[in-house]
Design a protein around this ligand. Sequence first.
Ligand code: SAH
Ligand code: SF4
Ligand code: F3S
Length: 470
Amino acid sequence: MQLPNYKEAKVRNKKYKRVEYNLDDNYIGKYSGKTYFLKTYGCQMNEHDSENIKAMLESIGFSEQEDYTKADLVLLNTCSIRENAHNKAFGMLGRLKHLKGQKKDLIIGLCGCMAQEVGVVEEILKKYKFVNFVFGTHNLYRLPLIIDKALTENKQEIEVFSKEGDLIENIPVRRENNYKAYVNIIYGCDKFCTYCIVPFTRGGERSRKKEDILKEIKELVQDGYKEVTLLGQNVNAYGKDLYEEYGLGELLEDVSKTKIARIRFTTSHPWDFTDKMIDVISKYSNIMPSIHLPLQSGSSRILKLMGRRYTKESYLELFDKMKEKIPDVSISTDIIVGFPQESEEDFKETLDVVNHCKYDNAFTFIYSPRENTPAAKLKDNIEYRIKEERLQKLNNLVNYYFLENNKKLENQTVEVLVEGKSIKKENQYYGYTKTNKLVNFTGENIKEGDLVSVTITDAKTWSLDGKLSK
Ligand code: SAH
Ligand code: SF4
Ligand code: F3S
């Protein structure tokens, strides 16, 4: 048994090795005939980890079962970011306990960010003894060995490393989409925003070597992929731990040269978004003019309490520079309301920034205190009812601008990457614009993965309607 520990999780040392994934032949196909159900919570990073998990499970013989009540193994890949992500996973564990009452052989596993939380693992040890195994984000690659140990020794196996350890290359992957792919470029986060648990659940920043990233993307191009999303908790920190003068700007330039049709990246921290990056995004047509730039709060006082390392003014300066230099750029954001001590005045400043930036998309949240984070120790003097009112007000405002921005696209022709066909209507397809807007459109002789021109006929708050242009 190996349990997580926050003291160790907080330490940052920049020493790690690049190691190739390697699984002993004895494990291959060992569990053939058995089925699994995998449930993923949280961000794109977790979705991509789940693509690795599926491939590893399949390599040891499991096959996918979409109904969890029929599967031999149910695995939850969890998220810690807010209380409700927690509640969902614990709710599912409750249902699984019931199911295990009827199906004694059911195997239950939990992995992902919640496994890195000291309190969660303690609770599992105490109250969820029916969970067969738990592993964390740092030992994902050991999944086949952990499952095998839990099953052959027939006792609860908990293996959570507090520190990140080596960077493992070439973990098998079973991608969910044939045209769009996630590619990790940097793991971990060293920013330690005061409200955020990610630096504890995902460890220190570690960049993949540029050669490994470019090789993966070249292979995706050969396999017919049209879009890659470069992933990291803070992609702007790419390369800092590896190279003197090679960062995200340079990487984007090299990825652009692979000729993949569309390149996206997420998430960018406003603090270290360089001019080089802005230049590169505006220069190369296959780098999408779509940037996720989390604001969190429009009040410099609250930003300071959040440890965000920028002010309202410096954020707006960066925002305006992007709008000026990158033609037709769309900018989306994340905003937290009800951070401890957020006054009505602070909240109004957030609304002011929204009124200035008129975001194309925004994810809005009520602050949720997280175990072991500095903000959880701040005195929270705002009633929950007020927080809910602020969220409602903010949502009304951001929605107003989504629609206003979408309206500007009416009668315009945009490029869409086709993702699928409507099951309800004949000749109805959907896909995304370069600026990451969902378009539902009519047309004929279209395939998934096509890049087509669509004329927008009607704008809605969260999507656009259109028809294939001739
Ligand atoms: N690395 C990304 C954030 C990933 S988490 C970045 O820095 O932009 C996604 C979003 O969840 C954050 O941007 C933030 O808005 C929200 N979030 C993180 N911790 C939170 C908390 N404790 N309570 C509420 N929202 C939170
Ligand atoms: Fe969390 Fe901040 Fe890191 Fe984003 S940059 S993952 S919000 S600590
Ligand atoms: Fe959640 Fe972990 Fe992602 S906490 S948001 S799954 S990095």
